[in-house]
Write a protein that binds this ligand. Structure first.
Ligand SMILES: C[S@@+](CC[C@H](N)C(=O)[O-])C[C@H]1O[C@@H](n2cnc3c(N)ncnc32)[C@H](O)[C@@H]1O
Length: 313
């Protein structure tokens, strides 16, 4: 069965100009029905549209901001900010070892409401001297409503970070390290090759993309967690579909191998981790020259959890 998330269907953009395109409700309902997703089709049939059957863009935006606000609660609970910082700090330390003067920029691709970037900015956890602005923090998303809200929340707290609109496959924002959370499963496996390749071509030192670990328990865990923490049926629906369509480690490693000049690795691969604890884990790409310093910065225990395709087999 082809798995579809409603949030992917309700917004359409011109990939070149990012101009918003009209979306017909009956087409979404038809796609979900054809995919055998009757529950999703029922949720989509309740979306607000005008007399011509075109979705009301303002209602869609309000709904997506509400769903992402609920998603932020999950991220807080799963300590996403702290977990990604545990890997980002050693990655940035390795870059600093190679070139102590190089300016550092972390770009969160598909940042949604920008919780991760805002959390990193607020904590200052990435700066060796504790000052957040030593690392330039940027969130990128193609959804204007989410970017505007991320920006508003950051300004509300006077945080040293910024948010811009952009497509994950175009990468107008150069980065030392590209990161993401909960985004990879939105892309079909064949598109991942280009996603990782673009980051290497853009000159990044590394990337570190966290997504749902494709364990047998993931859909059950997602069901329980999203029921407990999310009220919106659309968010609950998409949360479970996300877990069902998460890419497995081998797929991610094969795709990350398309990042030319980088070593593809996964941290805490499925076969070696506790499925009850490993909800999200990252695929990483790193320039080979940085790998020894990264392993050293991680320490012996954590470094052993970083594996490539050969060790995975
Ligand atoms: C499940 S949400 C995750 C949001 C955020 N990273 C988080 O963890 O809360 C996926 C995000 O990816 C964005 N997205 C999907 N495809 C994208 C693309 N091609 N370019 C930029 N953003 C994209 C969506 O707009 C959405 O905000």
């Amino acid at each position: 069965m082809h798995l579809l998330e409603i949030s992917d269907l309700v917004v359409a953009h011109d990939p070149r100009t990012l101009e918003r395109l009209p979306v017909r409700r009956d087409e979404i309902v038809a796609r979900l029905t054809a995919a055998g997703d009757r529950r999703g089709a029922r949720i989509a049939a309740g979306l607000v549209c005008d007399g011509d059957g075109v979705l009301d863009p303002y209602a869609v935006d309000r709904r997506l901001v509400a769903v992402h606000t609920e998603l932020q609660r999950l991220s807080e609970e799963l300590r996403i900010g702290d977990r990604i910082a545990e890997l980002l700090r050693p990655i940035l330390a390795a870059v600093r070892t190679a070139d102590p003067t190089s300016p550092l920029r972390v770009v969160d691709v598909g940042c949604g409401l920008g919780y991760l970037v805002r959390r990193l900015a607020a904590s200052g956890v990435l700066a060796p001297d504790g000052t957040a602005d030593a690392v330039d923090l940027v969130g990128v998303d193609f959804n204007a409503a989410l970017v505007d809200e991320a920006d508003r929340l950051a300004r509300d707290e006077n945080l040293p970070c910024r948010f811009v609109r952009g497509d994950a496959f175009v990468l107008d924002e150069p980065a030392t390290v590209y990161i993401s959370t909960g985004v990879l499963h939105h892309f079909p496996a064949p598109d991942l090759d280009g996603f990782f390749a673009a980051q290497a071509a853009a000159g990044a030192a590394a990337f570190c993309h966290y997504d749902i670990a494709a364990t047998g328990l993931a859909p059950i865990g997602a069901h329980i967690f999203h029921r407990a923490r999310m009220r919106d049926p659309l968010g609950r629906h998409d949360g479970v579909v996300s877990a069902r369509r998460a890419h497995d480690d081998a797929t991610l490693l094969r795709a990350a191998a398309h990042a030319e000049g980088m070593v593809p690795l996964v941290y805490e691969p499925r076969g070696r981790s506790n499925p009850f604890c490993t909800t999200l884990r990252p695929v990483i790409g790193v320039r080979p020259a940085l790998l020894p310093a990264l392993r050293e910065a991680l320490g012996r225990g954590a470094s052993g959890r970083l594996v490539g395709e050969r060790e995975l087999r």
